[in-house]
Design a protein around this ligand. Structure first.
Ligand SMILES: *Cc1c(COP(=O)(O)O)cnc(C)c1O
Length: 362
């Protein structure tokens, strides 16, 4: 039996999205980004569905080990690299490809002893994001140290990351591109720059490896374009159930703090999902859900386990009725994110272990 709340993940949609992406970046290899539990979709299942990727990428060592222990065999890139000598040794043991983004990480190479050398590694270059990366000035020395290390057997790829790729035509994207091209001219090695938004809008940034995350899950990185405009299919449908329906009379209030007050007799439904599942509290009095294809407003504050919705405009509806929180025509995750004043990345990542994941079309 299904339990609610539940996130249904359409594995065929993920496969479609990867295929579509490969057509858009047909000369590049694909590093599918499945950090943060595959953007909340379930990292192991997503890795299995996206087996046509050339590599996977996660942020942390623990995420990579989880994938290896589940039998995922493909190359796995550690986007934040390693943070100790022990982690470096583990990365080698688990055949991972760390990114080196800071001298502290490069220095670990002098202190580590690994049975197996590291295979493919990456050097992160700072080009404008100012978050992780070795400066352009230091890049040559860093590249040489990595190349000369006995602990690295494979190639050293060069990586950088756009800060504004979701802003189409932003001059800063061209500036970052110019910076990376300077480094590219110094070495004949593989280069990776583009995340989802850049893959879609900055074709010159595709280079040897693209690094899609969001788009694989069928979510648009652009505020003014939907996933289907871009040819992608949303993978996640997030649902809960109505557990109570009551009449609320004029001047009576709903929920903590009484932030919503009835102005006429209203039919209020209580839905079994809350911020304790990852349904954003910022949707209090702002969000809407979809019931039988119709938009229905969230009224009052989102509580830990429940939300209330105004069913007054709905015809027949009973306790047990399914409610779509996002993932259908009426409520896309992009629109819900806009209502919550955030980005869809946060909403899907926030779904926690209390929400069952159901995989279909595998
Ligand atoms: C998360 C991440 C990506 C994927 O970004 P999307 O916008 O989800 O496509 C790519 N590269 C790096 C370095 C990242 O941290």
């Amino acid at each position: 039996m299904q339990t609610y709340p539940i996130a249904t993940i359409d594995l065929a949609a993920l496969k479609h999205n990867l295929k579509h992406l490969k057509q858009l970046a047909s000369n590049s290899k694909v590093m599918s980004v499945i950090k943060a539990n595959g953007y909340g979709h379930g990292a192991v299942e997503i890795a299995r569905a996206l087996e046509q990727s050339d590599a996977f990428a996660v942020a942390r060592l623990s995420e990579a080990i989880q994938l290896r222990q589940a039998g995922i065999d493909k190359a796995i890139v550690l986007l934040e690299g390693i943070h100790s000598v022990e982690q470096l040794q583990q990365a080698a043991e688990y055949r991972l490809s760390p990114v080196f983004h800071h001298w502290s990480q490069i220095n670990f190479l002098q202190h580590a002893q690994t049975v197996m050398p590291l295979q493919f590694c990456w050097l992160m270059i700072e080009t404008g994001m100012h978050r992780l990366g070795i400066s352009l000035d230091d890049s040559q020395q860093a590249y040489e140290e990595l190349s000369n290390s006995a602990l690295i057997e494979g190639d050293i790829g060069l990586m950088s990351h756009f800060a504004n790729s979701d802003s189409i035509g932003d001059v800063r994207n061209q500036q970052q591109l110019q910076q990376i091209l300077q480094v590219k001219s110094l070495y004949s090695t593989q280069l990776s720059m583009a995340n989802s938004a850049a893959i879609l809008s900055i074709e010159e940034s595709h280079f040897d490896w693209v690094r899609p995350g969001l788009m694989l899950y069928g979510i648009s990185p652009f505020e003014d374009k939907s996933a289907s405009d871009l040819g992608f299919k949303p993978a996640m449908k997030f649902r809960a159930k109505i557990v109570s329906i009551n009449d609320v009379h004029p001047s009576e209030q709903v929920g903590y703090g009484g932030d919503w007050q009835a102005s006429e007799i209203s039919k209020i439904g209580t839905v079994d999902v809350g911020y304790g599942d990852g349904y954003s509290r910022h949707l209090s009095n702002k969000g809407y859900v979809s019931i039988k294809g119709q938009k229905v407003s969230v009224v009052g504050r989102v509580s830990m386990d429940m939300i209330c919705v105004d069913l007054s405009e709905m015809g027949d509806v009973d306790v047990g009725q399914e409610v779509i929180l996002w993932g259908d025509e009426a409520v896309s995750v992009e629109t819900v994110a806009a209502l919550a004043n955030t980005i869809p990345y946060e909403l899907v990542c926030q779904l926690n272990g209390r929400v069952e994941r159901q995989y279909i079309n595998g």
